[in-house]
Design a protein around this ligand. Sequence first.
Ligand SMILES: Nc1nc2c(ncn2[C@@H]2O[C@H](COP(=O)(O)OP(=O)(O)OP(=O)(O)O)[C@@H](O)[C@H]2O)c(=O)[nH]1
Ligand SMILES: [Mg+2]
Length: 307
Amino acid sequence: MTHLSFKCGWVALMGPPNAGKSTLLNAGIGQKVAIVSPRPQTTRNRITGILSEKDAQVIFMDTPGIHQLRGKMNRMMLQTAWQAMEGADVLGVILDADLYARKPEYLEKDIAPLTAPVAAETRPVFVIANKVDLLGDKSRLLPLLERLSGIWPGAGIFPVSALKGEGVSGFMAAVKKVLPEGEAQFPEGMLSTLPMRFMAAEIIREKLFMTLRQELPYSTAVDIEAWEEDAERGHVTIHAVIYVGKSTHKAMVIGHAGRNIKQVGQAARKDIIELLDRKVHLELWVKVKENWIEDASFLHSLGLGAQ
Ligand SMILES: Nc1nc2c(ncn2[C@@H]2O[C@H](COP(=O)(O)OP(=O)(O)OP(=O)(O)O)[C@@H](O)[C@H]2O)c(=O)[nH]1
Ligand SMILES: [Mg+2]
């Protein structure tokens, strides 16, 4: 009798901010779990995304971008990323290939914190040269790929467009090959280990990143204060608080005649309905919590830092 082995393991997606880590997680599992924005430092927590197939279960961990910024929240984001890396069976380093094809001089500094630890890895490492759809002339990729294989000789290198889905299946097949043998750790159909409340808060944060200008999204945090299910009528009422660090920011988040908050609420509600497949009543409140960004216990309550 042949024994069909099942594979299951954890894959950490690491890399500089804005490289497309969250987009790759969503493309890899074929569902939107992680929020995405055109700005760096969007992801603040470890975001799991689970793909269950007949012969394997891949558990991705999306992480905050590795950066060199100061401040308590930034430090806790880094801690989260390094902790995810520790818990992984397989490592994925995601880089913006278009950026480094245009500006090769940025590469070394951007990957500096990862260079030595990844080179010393005994676990399988994949380097994903992402955003290749932006490269008009694909031959511009070659010098970058050569440099990357010089830096991390043991790694498998994959040119990918997470946005367009190009090269993603090849990457997924390679990941499955190196996953350890083992039984599934999560039930089929489970998309993430994250609670729905957290996912809803993340969706609201994504819309804040899309709607608010300049640095404002960085001074916001979202917490779900109440979640009331009405099973009979099949709907849920969600009370979410958008925290800002200064009173001057409150009016800016709300916007002229409530324009911003309305836009955030409408866009978020639409996505939360899709997530929950239920009717949703969403109440948004903006509250000032002075300098929350330096408040470790508040940040912990949002799931940041070591878990
Ligand atoms: N053109 C193109 N854009 C991409 C691709 N992958 C991601 N992006 C875009 O790059 C931006 C950043 O994507 P994210 O997935 O949020 O990047 P991230 O690495 O998770 O960023 P942080 O969470 O901030 O560290 C978004 O505007 C994405 O749409 C790609 O393959 N091609
Ligand atoms: Mg992200």
